[in-house]
Design a protein around this ligand. Structure first.
Ligand code: SAM
Ligand code: SF4
Length: 487
């Protein structure tokens, strides 16, 4: 009997990448994927704990799964990811029907832990940190089953060495570890050979990529193996730096034949270097989109958050990026209601958001996370009603600039990489422009996931564009499993 698995992903791109890796492990183990909980033998909840509502969603989902498990005791339920790392045994205390809990550093152990639980009962395995030299533990893009055949995540570093006062990531993802340069380029080459056209480089602070490699290798000949494996872009450069910068990685991945688009997320504003902007401008495959999380427009709040930059400096970096890169789209993350945020602080955030003219922004209400510095400042918590009001006002400002940026594109021809049939209307295909804008185009037989097409933008809303197909530039390089609906 073939065993079936379902993975539910809560959270950020890191979690999506981990879920693809989990799917790859289950597929390699002979499992089949299902989208229906009723058909599944194993359900994995891959969790996030960045904000409190992620906690609530997990425990809500576990509550619903209890009835299913009562009816089918053989069903195995596993909880993975950041919340598992944070709550550990609390998960099985609150939800006794959970069979396996594993953390962020041992994703590769999932099939074995489920097998152990079938033999011996509930299992919990949480490791404190990832091991650099263990190829299995450290995530490569290769053993994954991708959601989209033509697009891949490439995790370049895990963990984070910063200490933003609001953030639980360093506690649950551990210290920063970078994957070797040569391994990443080799992964990109193999992904391209597998038909991948778009690679998104992932890390919590991509601009500090390689810093830990230097520290680890200080007494050895730096990066000899990396240099040999990296190919001409970096290795043969006589002016090669002692360690690869993120900019070198952008250039090297962008030079891989078959990779049409390179994206990345997230750079930390304090570490955004001119070399990165130059690499973006000079590497045709690197997309004209910069996600630069600002968090607040108030210098006092930025200082209390320990972000390491002031609002003016942030705006200067944005201006430098726009000057260096033609037609650059810019997005951000902003938190409202950080402890101690005053009306004047919030006004500064509104001003910054208006000045930055974002293409889009992820806006969040501050959520206290246990163990973080800001969560201790209970006396300075902002009234939830005030936070809510600020949140709505900020959304209005962001949507105004998003709509203006989108309207400015009406009538233009854009290069669109088709992703999938629209979820709402299967007579429509959805894709992304190089600026990461979602575009809906009437489906035709020639538009399949992975097709690169020129599209004229005909209409704009704050969160998407409508367009008409002008011509197909290139067909997908990989056969797709997703059914295509003819228009
Ligand atoms: N490493 C990225 C950076 O520094 O820009 C961000 C990673 S975090 C997964 C994504 C976003 O979640 C952050 O940029 C922040 O806006 C938001 N976030 C993190 N902790 C939060 C909290 N306690 N409450 C509300 N939003 C939070
Ligand atoms: Fe969290 Fe700050 Fe690290 Fe981003 S840079 S993951 S916000 S601690």
């Amino acid at each position: 009997m073939v065993r079936r698995y379902q993975i539910r992903t809560y959270g950020c791109q890191m979690n999506e990448a981990d879920s693809e890796r989990l799917a790859g492990l289950f597929d390699a183990d002979g499992y089949e994927r299902t989208d229906r909980a009723d058909d599944a033998d194993v359900i994995v909840l891959n969790t996030c704990c960045i904000r409190e509502n992620a906690d609530n969603r997990l425990y809500g989902a576990l509550g619903h799964l209890k009835a299913l498990k009562d009816g089918r005791p053989d069903l195995q339920i596993a909880v993975a990811g950041c919340l598992a790392q944070k709550d550990q045994e609390l998960i099985q205390q609150r939800a006794g029907h959970v069979d396996v809990v594993f953390g962020t550093h041992n994703v590769h152990r999932a099939p074995q832990l489920l097998a152990d639980a079938r033999q011996h009962g509930p299992v919990i395995e949480i490791l404190d940190a990832a091991a650099r030299d263990d190829g299995e533990m450290f995530p490569t893009a290769l053993a994954t089953t991708r959601e989209l055949d033509h697009a891949a995540w490439l995790t370049i570093q895990v963990g984070c060495d910063n200490s933003c006062a609001f953030c639980i990531v360093p506690a649950v993802r551990g210290p920063e570890l970078s994957r070797p340069f040569g391994d990443l380029v080799a992964d990109a080459v193999r992904l391209a050979a597998d038909g991948v056209q778009e690679i998104t480089l992932l890390g919590q602070n991509v601009n500090s990529y390689g810093r830990d490699i230097t520290t680890a290798r200080r007494r050895r000949d730096p990066d000899v193996e990396d240099a040999a494996a990296a190919g001409p872009v970096w290795a043969d450069d006589p002016a090669r730096r002692a360690r690869p910068l993120f900019a070198d990685l952008l250039r090297a991945v962008g030079a891989v034949s078959g990779i049409d688009r390179v994206r990345y997320t997230s750079p930390h504003p304090k570490d955004l270097r001119p070399e990165t902007l130059a690499a973006m401008a000079e590497t045709p495959a690197v997309c004209e989109h910069l996600h630069l999380p600002v968090q607040s427009g108030s210098d006092a709040v930025l200082a209390a958050m320990h972000r390491g930059y002031a609002a003016d400096r942030y705006l200067d970096k944005l201006a430098a990026a726009r000057a260096a890169i033609d037609d650059l789209a810019v997005s951000t993350d902003i938190i409202v209601g950080f402890p101690g945020e005053t009306d004047a602080d919030f006004d500064a955030t509104l001003e910054l958001a208006a000045a930055a003219q974002y293409d889009y922004a992820y806006t969040f209400q501050y959520s206290p996370r246990p163990g973080t510095e800001a969560a201790e400042r209970t006396e300075a918590y902002v009234d939830p009603a005030v936070t809510n009001d600020r949140y709505e006002r900020l959304r209005t400002v962001v949507e105004r600039s998003a709509l203006a940026q989108h309207r400015a594109r009406v009538g233009r021809n854009e290069e669109v990489l088709i992703e999938a049939p629209s979820k709402k209307d299967e007579r429509v295909m959805s894709g992304r422009t190089r600026q990461n804008k979602l575009v809906h185009v009437a489906a035709t037989e020639s538009l399949r996931p992975g097709t690169l097409a020129t599209v004229t933008v005909t209409d704009a809303a704050a969160h998407y564009l409508h367009g008409e197909l002008v011509e197909v530039l290139a067909s997908p390089r990989r056969r797709t499993k997703i059914p295509v609906v003819a228009g």
